[in-house]
Design a protein around this ligand. Sequence first.
Ligand SMILES: *Cc1c(COP(=O)(O)O)cnc(C)c1O
Length: 410
Amino acid sequence: MKFNLNTLDAEDPLAAIQSQFLLPQGTIYLDGNSLGMMPLSVKSRIKDVTEQQWAVDLITSWNKHQWIDLPVNVGERIAKLIGAAPGQTLCCDTISVNLFKLLAAALVMQQGRNKVVSTTDNFPTDLYMVQGLEDLLGQTRCQLQLVEESQLASAIDDDTAILLVTEVNFRTGQKLDIAALTAKAHKHGALVIVDLAHSAGVLPVALDDWQVDFAVGCTYKYLNGGPGAPAFAYVATRHQEAMQQPLYGWMGHANGFQFDVNYQAAADARQLLVGTPSVIAMSAVDAALDVYDQVTMTQIRQKSMQLTEVFLALLSASPDCAQLRCISPESPEQRGSQLSFEFEHAWGLCQALIKSNIIADFRAPNYIRFGFAPLYNSYRQIGTAVAEMAQIMAEKRYLNPEFQVKNKVT
Ligand SMILES: *Cc1c(COP(=O)(O)O)cnc(C)c1O
């Protein structure tokens, strides 16, 4: 692969977008897959929401500034990025809580079946949600069946109630074929719940076309909504009448402001709502989505693949980095927007990089993970990051005592 980093930056159709983010001086941020950088639009929006809407307009803002419609309005903006027609996507709660609601609802729809098939390597909270339902309902109603990722398709059979699958593996970056898995699940009468945590905002997703039944995803990773920003949930129109999720909250009531003593679910996707939306956080998500009005998911995907290819090419040209074993798929089509490497001293390497203002993250037991955010990462940054990493490897700086101290959050 022959390339010139300056030319790649000069010809990058997304290069101008970088200036819409707050970029800390000297920092190369390769962690947008854990917490996206802050779009400048968020800064001004938060100022308005706190200093005008909350401080001055107070409770009238629920109507005046449409606070009450944020879950639906922000949900619809996310819907456009995940191939969902209107009326199916809401912004609310966290991935974990949304999964609980959807898993429970899907189990009710699958009377007579109890198996929830997922992968050993799925993000733990996804599996914990199934385990919690298992303990609550008993194994006759819910039973988690874990298989290796490569065995997922063949594990689906006529006993499968739900296929719970994350499109992009958070450790390896392996991207699964959701359309094919969904087709297979449906052939056997199973329902599909897809986790888009590492897809939303960085990969073209086509939930409606793929015929996915339910989906969840978060907004603080590639969508840059801010730390702890509310997640999203999707329920296909065809299931909205039959479904019943167990967290009966007044926001999911057909008529919450009637303050009726009895619960009656909204007939549409809004039944997924539970309590009062987190207005400040959700306003931040709304503002963060503005940048997506100026770009296409195809542009983002192309740059994402190119960034990872450049990173790998530079790395393989450096003998000092030979000890880093890439655990992500070789083909850019088969991975998300990240690269992960196994290395005995991955923790120390990650800390040494952070000391040099190159932010990556560590995943137990010994992986270093780089996330590539096409909206604000440049090709030159990739060059600088790999050069610094080669230097650290050559000097074995990852062994320095100061880089051995473990933090609470990795
Ligand atoms: C980041 C991530 C989550 C986080 O879930 P929250 O409940 O929003 O904290 C869940 N699943 C996957 C696959 C993730 O990558």
